[in-house]
Design a protein around this ligand. Structure first.
Ligand code: SF4
Ligand code: SF4
Length: 104
């Protein structure tokens, strides 16, 4: 068991040291919609480089909000003022969270 933990901690350290300027963590954002305002024009889908939105039943839905980088471009293009972006704090990358869960 001890060998397993040492191995996983080593793996964690390698990821940490090689990812300092990469995606070991990122700022998280909450993407919320006012469905009543959304007209389904798809402007936000086309402009969002993170692929956050999908059209469901004629309205935009932030199905992939965890990928949001907070650029607020979607807010600028939405003529219906249907989108809100809120900073939620630092989030660890999926890879780091997986390693931490294995270690703890
Ligand atoms: S840009 Fe605004 S109105 Fe158009 S689909 Fe997106 S949220 Fe809806
Ligand atoms: S803030 Fe930027 S990344 Fe986030 S949903 Fe809007 S366009 Fe996409």
């Amino acid at each position: 068991m001890c060998t397993r933990y040492i191995s996983r901690i080593t793996e964690w350290a390698i990821v940490l040291s090689s990812s300092i300027d990469k995606d070991i963590y990122h700022m998280g954002f909450n993407v919320t919609m006012d469905r009543e305002k959304c007209s389904g024009c798809e402007e936000c889908l086309e402009i969002c480089s993170a692929g956050v939105f999908e059209i469901q039943n004629g309205r935009a839905v932030p199905v992939n909000a965890k990928e949001c980088i907070g650029c607020e471009t979607c807010i600028e293009v939405c003529e219906q003022h249907a989108i809100s972006i809120e900073e939620t704090g630092i989030q660890l990358s999926d890879q780091c969270l997986t390693l931490l869960r294995d270690i703890l």
